[in-house]
Design a protein around this ligand. Sequence first.
Ligand code: D5M
Ligand code: FE
Ligand code: ZN
Length: 544
Amino acid sequence: MEIVEKCISKGIFLHPDAKQKLEKQENPNQLIEKILETYEFKNPVLQPKHIEKYLKENPNKTHRKTKPTVEKITDDKPNQKPNQKPKQTKNPDKIAKPETENKNNSSGVETSSKDKSGEDSSVETNETGEGGSGESGVVVKRDITGRSECEGELKNFINYFNDRYERIKKEIGKRNGMRNVRPIDSLDTSKDSVSLVGIVNDVRDTSNGHKLILLEDKTGEVPALALKHRSDVYSDSEKVLQDEVIGLKGTTSDNGSDLFILDEIVWPDLPLSTGKPETKGDGYIAFISDVHFGSTTFMDSAWSRFVDWLNGEMGGPEHKKTVQKIKYLCIAGDLVEGIGVYPGQKKELRTVSITEQYKEAAEQLKKIPEHINIIISPGNHDAVRQAEPQPALDEKLQKQFDRDNITFIGNPSTIEIEGVEIIVYHGRSLDDLIAELPNCSYEKPANAMKEFVKRRHLSPIYGKKTPIAPENQDHLFVDKPDIIHCGHVHKFGIDNHKGVQLFNTGTWQKQTKFQKKKGIHPDPGRVVLYNLKNHEPKIVKFCN
Ligand code: D5M
Ligand code: FE
Ligand code: ZN
């Protein structure tokens, strides 16, 4: 039951500001139940002050969204030469105090309760894979690899868009007031409020300053108008993207034209969060992206610090305990710099052969402790087809990685690790979302990643910078993951939307010439460490 319904069932009206406040909390469903149980409402309106009062009286952190802790493991020496090992960073005192607040754990390093009780904290291995999760503990739930059906024919495009439409329509049907959706060809001149679901064929400004959305379903197309003086619906209309599936509520125009006058635009989104995953796994997943082995701007020293840290050779005792429990390392694309990705890229290659770049990657990944299961998904710099969904690296390349416990997956893929469902997506469409949406920027990539959840799609726009292969099924549909892990934009970001944790793990590459020209300052050397027991993420930085 959603929070509004929970209130209604008790005869209480939820004030919109209170609703907004609730939604900012970690577990609104649980919180609203507690508030309804705790207070007697003389006036049947639940206001923001009730929430504030409850939070003040019950400072129970499970309701609040906490900021993840940040650990720094950096070498302060500037201008370190490539390949030169950091000199004195193995001293535990070098680890900076957490940058964000975490009152419960001043060191910022998570230790399991087993450690706290002083018991043996032996190194975790990947043997927890029994029970259907395979030897590596990684279950691949959705992946195009070996399953591509795309022949580039018209029928593929039709099948692809039908599948996109049906999947998202089903989700929109679960939203308030969207149960009785009408086919577009059944619209008549009656003035009743009507709900429609369709694919956006076009969005444009009219000469009078209104916004016109051309919506198409299987039965026809209708021009829908967001009037400029209707501020709510007009500002929503500015967020409508070409090719996405949306719901519209409104009425047919009373001037005899076939215009549909909009009252509301409905995105599928997810219902309010039901909280964190209920599973209690053990250990950690480390998330990284955009390593770019082979590039002149690859940051050797930060990478070496990361590898040393994984081997327990850097950081204090707390870190050593933590890294022993890292059981998985997930890499979300651009493992190597690749070749021919951008015009003039050759000048920025330290290793000019793609095979050699993967050899280098394999050598580096071999230095990672054996018990860590590695997951590799490709990006636009990797040697696979560019159109998404991209398959995993081919077998010849896979064979270069001389270790058994690497799971090669496509981009995007959905995997499950100890009950936690993760969409691994490189994130190329972030460029398109950031270009089109007024509320998205490179500075806050996790904000743009919220749009993946809101629109239940990883690449709503078809045919801008993100090439999409028209597979018969829409592999870019977003179901209900616990985590979405991206990279690509080389900016770090972490957030949560409707219970989905969003990580963008930045890069291991310095600012490139292109980024300099565009004024983009990358966030290199960041790792998200996800605790499989309490589902909290932490950030570890290997350079400033
Ligand atoms: O992408 C890194 C980020 O920089 C991503 O937002 C695309 C953008 N980028 C980088 N170089 C270029 C060029 N030459 N043209 C257009 N966009 C670019 P990555 O996938 O690592 O290259
Ligand atoms: Fe990249
Ligand atoms: Zn990329």
